[in-house]
Design a protein around this ligand. Sequence first.
Ligand code: CAA
Length: 382
Amino acid sequence: MLDFSLTPEQESLRDLARKFARSEMAPHAAECDRAARFPEEIYRKAHELGLMNLNVPSDLGGSGLGVLDQCLIVEELAYACGGMTTSIIANCLALEPILLGATPEQKERFLKPFCADYHLASFCLTEPSGGSDAAGLRTRARREGDHYVLDGEKCFITNAPHASLFTVFATLDPERRAKGITAFVIPRDTPGLTPGKDEDKMGHRASSTSTVHLERVSVPAENRLGGEGEGFSLAMRTLDQTRTPIGALATGIAQAALDHAAKYALKRVTFGKPIAEHEAIQIKLANMTQAIRASRFLTWHAAWTIDRGGKGTLESSIAKCYASDAALAVADEAIQTFGGYGYMKEYPVEKLLRDAKLTQIYEGANEIQRTVIARELLREYA
Ligand code: CAA
């Protein structure tokens, strides 16, 4: 039997995240958005509660959760603030290549001290020149004896100004595209590694994003993840794991938008009755509800697939792509339900639209998700 019920453990994880989101995050969401403030005190509390390094096994100091458990938490956090949630879960993205590609010794060395206290890590794949074309990245790694020297520039890197650990993808030979790419773990205090200034973003303004400049950064060979040329596969396998929680993040934003819209529609009176009684508004609310349910179930299905040992490439791209498109559409309809008030910053829904927009872009633009979906699909017909 297909079962949508959650275990008591999952219910309590969700309750913990909901309580934290509504009592600690939500009250500060508007202010952090307005001021583009990075609320480190909130992120520290998330770490204390075990809401940060979700995917890291508990013997290495993380929460040791499966992808479905992560999604339950992420949806609750994103209901309160998409930007804060991005910063809270960025460690999962940055640490996943270590979980997938590190030796037991490297896991002990990098993950244990990292997870024991509050620390942030950044995943450094994207570059100014290539963007979506990850195999075309230009950051060079040159072997010199027992270490590598890295030179290049990364962009749109979540949490970089505050991170103490960076997983960096560089190429030994750009001509070899995917087969030249190699992954490295680089501590923040390594000379030559410099995060840029915080980007001034449209949404997710409680999160921090910057470039990372690498100039003659010397990385010991013992900090290489996997073999030379195995970095691209590590990056792709990482994204297979982490795109599903982005579906949950988008679903949380969309659920918040629907809740605001429905409550407003019951209160706001036009033509002598609450607008919730006008068919035009009911159709909006019904469409929003359908989109959110579909997003949640696609996300849960992708998570379930991965938790059962599946690769999840197809399912995670479907979940991420569908839920993020839905979140933008739902936030847009929420603004429309509020009418002119929805366009004003005094009301909460315009932030949701700005936050939803990024979910269509990061962790692989939705155009890339559609490429992945089509490739996976066509393989079944070939
Ligand atoms: N798992 C394992 N291996 C994979 C894989 C996967 N999911 N996908 C591809 N590969 C392998 C292929 O099998 C192939 O190996 P072989 O040559 O041995 O057959 C190799 O990798 C190259 O694959 P492709 O030929 O498919 O590569 P491509 O150049 O056509 O690109 C792509 C594939 C899917 C478009 C990829 O470039 C991609 O995903 N781009 C988007 C990158 C992205 O998501 N960036 C976001 C970064 S995170 C972020 O947003 C920042 C943040 O902080 C939030």
